[in-house]
Design a binder for this molecule. Structure first.
Ligand code: M6R
Length: 366
């Protein structure tokens, strides 16, 4: 059942090229310049007339929501807010029938997310679900939705659910952008083409497995770890840190790289591995100067860079090279080596990778 892999988590990491394809199959027609998702088409007016989009979720799904905030605002120019479902439901939030709420959940059973949906519905909002489990409570409770088609995710640490959620949310952003005319035709086509070949790039990123393993061996005994990224890769830093802490029990934090000097930089010494997501697209020069700040304080730098990078390579202690992608689609690629790194560290620490202590696959109680 693990298909020859040692753990479900590893199997699910490796399934990503094919499940991302399953997720866009029949929805993305790159050559015709069409994106079509029934749940969105049937409710297009609701999305287009929305004052704002509010995203509610927990854990990794909340991180996918943060990526969606960047991509929907950039492509479709609709204001987006992202909230932890558990906070949203208890703070008497301002919601009106002019809001569209997107609830993201792999399991479709998360208690706080379900409660947030019920609250949003009571206030008259249109609620759209992005779920993986077909027929789950959240998929039934929402007005409409889009499934991620990642297949069953058994490992408690979410991997393929995250990348397929981002795939769905990016397609929604592109569809809305097309309807609103907020992306040029050429950009729209370019993103469609690129999304179509993302599975191949994910496949290439999986080839970093050996390098990730070597780096894991060097840092497996660390007691802390910092993850830094900017823009689209800030949520990826959060997700990288969550993955490490939940399966290896190493304390890890994710930060927007520029926030470092507002506090976390005090933590940096020669014992502190800092994982920096530094692809060529995005705020490369800014990230390079953040890396210099870490280096001058003797932090150990592990950088995720675009193939062919030279500048960061000179500064970092270790680099993981990934294929080039546009900024907006980069989370689908930069996430992969971070999943592998956490996986190998957890295995080397003899942790129960698929069923980490104290955690349940779906959190059906608040
Ligand atoms: O099933 P959901 O997506 O609603 O679950 C939300 C979180 O419980 C989940 O993402 C959790 O954070 C994972 N263990 C992360 O790997």
């Amino acid at each position: 059942e693990k298909g020859g892999y040692d753990h479900f988590m590893l199997k699910e990491i490796y399934e990503q090229p094919s499940v991302i394809k399953d997720t866009y199959r029949g929805r993305l027609h790159a050559n015709e310049g069409i994106i079509q998702m029934a749940g969105v088409e049937d409710n297009l007016e609701k999305f287009l007339n929305a004052d704002r989009i509010l995203i509610v979720a927990c854990g990794t799904s909340w991180h996918a929501g943060l990526v969606a905030e960047y991509v929907i605002e950039e492509f479709a120019r609709i204001p987006v807010e992202v909230e932890y479902a558990s906070e949203f439901r208890y703070r008497n939030p301002i919601i009106t029938p002019k809001d569209v709420v997107i609830a993201i959940s792999q399991s479709g059973e998360t208690a706080d997310t379900l409660a947030a949906i019920k609250l949003a519905k009571e206030k008259g909002a249109f609620v759209f679900g992005v779920c993986n489990v077909v027929g789950s409570s959240i998929s039934r409770e929402t007005h409409a939705g889009a499934y991620t088609h990642a297949g069953p995710e058994i490992g408690v640490a979410s991997t393929k659910a995250f990348t397929t959620q981002i795939t769905v949310l990016t397609m929604i952003a592109l569809r809305l952008a097309k309807a609103k005319g907020t992306l040029s035709n050429s950009d729209f086509f370019r993103y469609l083409q690129e999304l179509e070949i993302i599975p191949e790039k994910v496949q290439e990123a999986l080839a970093t497995n050996e390098v990730s393993k070597e780096i894991a061996a060097k840092f497996k005994d660390s007691s802390n770890c910092l993850y830094l990224g900017r823009g689209y890769n800030f949520p990826v830093a959060l997700e990288g840190a969550l993955k490490l802490k939940e399966i290896s029990y190493i304390h890890a934090e994710g930060y927007p790289a520029a926030e470092m000097k507002h506090g976390p930089i005090a933590l940096i010494d020669e014992q502190m591995p800092v994982i920096v997501i530094a692809p060529k697209q995005g705020h490369y020069d800014k990230v390079v100067s953040n890396i210099q700040e870490i280096k001058s304080r003797s932090g150990k730098i592990i950088a995720v860079v675009t193939k062919g990078d030279t500048q960061v390579k000179e500064l970092a202690d270790h680099v993981i090279e990934i294929p080039e992608t546009s900024d907006a689609l980069s989370p689908l690629i930069t996430t992969i080596p971070l999943q592998l790194l956490s996986y190998h560290i957890a295995v080397m620490r003899d942790c129960n990778v698929d069923q980490p202590r104290n955690l349940a696959k779906s959190v059906t109680v608040e």
